[in-house]
Ligand binder design. Structure first.
Ligand SMILES: C=CC1=C(C)c2cc3[nH]c(cc4nc(cc5[nH]c(cc1n2)c(C)c5CCC(=O)O)C(CCC(=O)O)=C4C)c(C)c3C=C
Ligand code: FE2
Length: 462
C-alpha cells in the first residue's frame, strides 16, 4: 500500500485531543518546544520544533515509555494541513484494555501477568531480574482473595464479553459514519492478548491504525503500559513499522463522554427519595502515590479535571449536589492515592450523610471492582457506617452516546496517524543464558525471603 499522498504537518506525538484543558493549564507554563514532523508524499519525515509540551518530569515519566514519543494529551493537537486518505485505505482501530480471568482457574496466571508488568511493579532497573520471581510469589499470595471476588461475580471477569460488545458497537457506529473499519481488542494481561490483536492487524493488511485505550484517563500503569508493549511490537516489525498510527492517549475531557456520564448520574439520582440530597461519590481506581509524585503520572490531575468537568455539566443542568472523590482497590504495602474509598465512606457516615450515589470513574465497563468491591464490599461498609440510601451508577458499557463519541474520537484522530519511528532507547543488555538463569535463581530466593515478611504478605493478601 502506498503511503499517504498529501503532505501533512502534525505534532510528532500524533496524540489526538479535542479540547483545551481546564485545570492542567498551569503545568504547561513551564513548557519547552515540542517536535512536529512534516510528512512528505514519499513518506520521509522532517522535524521542526514547535508548540508546547509537558514538564520535563512528565516527559521522563511518560514520553520515554510511549509510542512515537507521545506526550500526555492535556493540550490540543494542531493539524496544520488536513490529510486525505486513499480509497484503498484499510482502517483499523485497536482497543486497549486490561483483560480479566475468564474462569477461576485463570486467576493466578492472570495475576502473574499483571504483576510481571514493569509498569505495575516498578523495580529499579538494577533489580529488573526480580520481576518474574516476585510476580510468581505475589500472584500466588493474592490469588485466594482475588478468586473469592471473581467467584462472587459469577466465576470470572465480564471484561472480555463487554469489550467485544463495545468493539462491535464502535465498528457499527463508524460504519454509520461512512468510515468502515476493523476494530480489534488488545488486552494487556489476559486473552485476547495484544499480540493476538496485532497478529490479526497484520493478517488483515491494515494500512492506517487508531489506538484507542478504554481508559478515559492516562496512567503509566494502564494506557502507558499497553502503549509500551505496542510500540515494541511495531518498531520491530517490517510491515507494522510502515503503518501510520494515531494514538489517543486520554479522552476524559471529550464532551460526549462527559455528557454520557452526566446522563447516567442524573438518571440514577432519580432513584433516591430526595435526589438533591444525595452526595455524588466518585470512586476511582487508585495508583501508588509514587507514580504521580516521582514518575510524573498525570492520572490524578486528569482524574480531578474529569470530575470537575462532569460536575460542571451537572451544574449546568441544574444538578447542584455535593460531591467527593476517593480512590479504591489498593494492593500491596506501599502508599496509594488518597483519600481511600473505604475510609471516606466511614467518615461520611460519621458526618451524618444519609444518601450516597457511587460513581465508578476510571473505567468504562463493569468489572470486578464495580460488581464486587463497590456493589458488595463498599455498599455493606456504607450501610454499616450510617448511610441509609445507597445507589451506584452503571458503567457506560455500550451506552449509545458514549459509543458514538468513541467513533468520533477515532475519526478525528485518523488524519494525524503517522509511522512509528524506531525508538532510540537502548535495548536490554543480553547477558546470555547462564547469566539469566543465575539472576533468576538469585531473584527467586531474594523475593521469597522478602515476601516472608508478615507485613508484606498480608498487604498482598488483602
Ligand atoms: C484505570 C484503571 C486502573 C488502574 C489505574 C489500575 C492500576 C493498578 N491495578 C493494580 C492491581 C490490580 N488490578 C486488578 C484488576 C483491575 N484493575 C483495573 C483497572 C485499573 N488498574 C480493572 C478494570 C481491573 C479488573 C479486571 C477484571 O477482571 O474485571 C487486580 C485483580 C483483581 C484483584 O485482585 O483485586 C489487581 C491485583 C495495580 C497494582 C495497579 C497500579 C500500579
Ligand atoms: Fe487494577
Amino acid at each position: 500500500m502506498e503511503a499517504a499522498t498529501t503532505a501533512l504537518i502534525m505534532p510528532q506525538m500524533n496524540i489526538n485531543n479535542n479540547s483545551t484543558p481546564l485545570r492542567s493549564e498551569a503545568k504547561l507554563t513551564a513548557a519547552r518546544p515540542n517536535t512536529y514532523a512534516i510528512s512528505s508524499p514519499n513518506g520521509k519525515r522532517n522535524h521542526v520544533a514547535r508548540g508546547l509540551s509537558m514538564s520535563p518530569q512528565v516527559q521522563d515519566g511518560v514520553v520515554g515509555r510511549t509510542l512515537c514519543s507521545a506526550r500526555v494529551s492535556t493540550y490540543p493537537t494542531e493539524i496544520i494541513e488536513s490529510h486525505s486518505m486513499t480509497a484503498e485505505e484499510r482502517i483499523g482501530v485497536i482497543l486497549l484494555n486490561l483483560g480479566g480471568p475468564d474462569t477461576l482457574h485463570d486467576v493466578q496466571p492472570f495475576l502473574f501477568n499483571l504483576f510481571a508488568d514493569p509498569d505495575i511493579i516498578r523495580l529499579p532497573r538494577l533489580f529488573g531480574f526480580l520481576q518474574r520471581p516476585l510476580a510468581q510469589l505475589i500472584s500466588t499470595l493474592r490469588a485466594p482473595k482475588s478468586k473469592e471476588g471473581y467467584a462472587a461475580i459469577g466465576g470470572g471477569s465480564p471484561l472480555r464479553r463487554i469489550t467485544d460488545e463495545q468493539a462491535n458497537a464502535i465498528k457499527l457506529a463508524l460504519q454509520g459514519k461512512d468510515v468502515p473499519a476493523n476494530v480489534y481488542v488488545a488486552m494487556r494481561y489476559w486473552h485476547p492478548f495484544t499480540e493476538e490483536a496485532v497478529h490479526q492487524i497484520k493478517r488483515d493488511r491494515i494500512t492506517r491504525l487508531v489506538v484507542l485505550p478504554l481508559y478515559p484517563q492516562y496512567s503509566i500503569s494502564t494506557t502507558g503500559s499497553s502503549i509500551r508493549v505496542l510500540r515494541d511490537m511495531f518498531r520491530n516489525d517490517e510491515y507494522l513499522s510502515g503503518v501510520p498510527v494515531a494514538i489517543i492517549q486520554s479522552w476524559y475531557q471529550r464532551e460526549g463522554y462527559i455528557k454520557s456520564m452526566a446522563d447516567l448520574i442524573e438518571k440514577e439520582l432519580q432513584t433516591f427519595p430526595k435526589p438533591d440530597e444525595a452526595m455524588i461519590f466518585f470512586s476511582a481506581h487508585g495508583v501508588p502515590v509514587s507514580y504521580v509524585e516521582n514518575a510524573g503520572d498525570p492520572y490524578r490531575d486528569q482524574m480531578e479535571d474529569c470530575i470537575f468537568l462532569i460536575m460542571q455539566e451537572l451544574k449546568a443542568r441544574g444538578v447542584p449536589n455535593d460531591h467527593t472523590l476517593a480512590y479504591q482497590s489498593r494492593v500491596g504495602p506501599v502508599q496509594w492515592l488518597k483519600p481511600y474509598t473505604d475510609e471516606v465512606l466511614v467518615e461520611l457516615g460519621k458526618q451524618g450523610i444519609k444518601s450516597l450515589l457511587a460513581v465508578p470513574v476510571s473505567f468504562v465497563s463493569e468489572h470486578i471492582e464495580t460488581l464486587e468491591e463497590i456493589d458488595m464490599e463498599y455498599k455493606e461498609l456504607a450501610l454499616e457506617s450510617g448511610i441509609i440510601h445507597w445507589g451506584r451508577v452503571p458503567a457506560l458499557n455500550c451506552t449509545s452516546s458514549f459509543i458514538n463519541d468513541m467513533a468520533d474520537a477515532v475519526i478525528e484522530a485518523l488524519p494525524s496517524a503517522m509511522e512509528i519511528s524506531p525508538s532510540a532507547a537502548a535495548e536490554e543488555a543480553d547477558d546470555g543464558l547462564l547469566s539469566y538463569v543465575v539472576k533468576l535463581l538469585f531473584g527467586s530466593i531474594l523475593a521469597f525471603f522478602l515476601l516472608l515478611s508478615p507485613k508484606v504478605k498480608s498487604a498482598f493478601k488483602n
